[in-house]
Design a protein around this ligand. Sequence first.
Ligand SMILES: [Zn+2]
Ligand SMILES: [Zn+2]
Length: 145
Amino acid sequence: MFIHYVLHCKNCVMPLLLPRDTIEQPFADQDYRPNDSLCVGVACPHCKSVETYFLHKKHPQHNPRDQAWLLENRVEVTAHVSTLECEEQACKARLPLFAQWRQTTTEQERVADIATWLWEHLQCPDGHSIVKPKGWPSKTEPFPH
Ligand SMILES: [Zn+2]
Ligand SMILES: [Zn+2]
């Protein structure tokens, strides 16, 4: 049995099933925890909106509909894409960003998918805006190597 976080996309409300060990991996090192709220960014595979989610149940911005479920099989589609920095220079919070792709997707398909993401709502755990990092794929620029 595998524990999964079941989140509901803040934009389209579709459920997102994320294995807990994958999501918590960036938080495993006590000295380099990206933030103290178990706060993550997730790109919704359905509507492409990138949103911020607070997984700690006691956090005021936690959605009570979002819960941890035990599932028979691991849902093997979640990837840690990057850990984003806040726009505010003084802000030390970091936001691990996850996406859901079939394991068979190629690097090119992932880049093409990232180019469709909508970044308007993404915030750091302290509520500052996070814009799409410079050099990330968009529909008009190729991904740099
Ligand atoms: Zn969505
Ligand atoms: Zn911030």
